[in-house]
Design a protein around this ligand. Sequence first.
Ligand SMILES: [Zn+2]
Length: 57
Amino acid sequence: MNLRRFLCLFNRHRPNRNRTKWNGHFYTSKCEACGQPVYRLGKQKWRKDNQEAPGKV
Ligand SMILES: [Zn+2]
């Protein structure tokens, strides 16, 4: 199994740095390993876009 994909299963995504964007609330990008949209939750913490987003409360 691809190690990076494996990490994705644990919601540890690796965003493409060149595609990181600031959307006014948080950084968003696309995971290089699984290709899914992700957002930055904190330092080295990226979560899938379809999960609870910060400020969405
Ligand atoms: Zn991923």
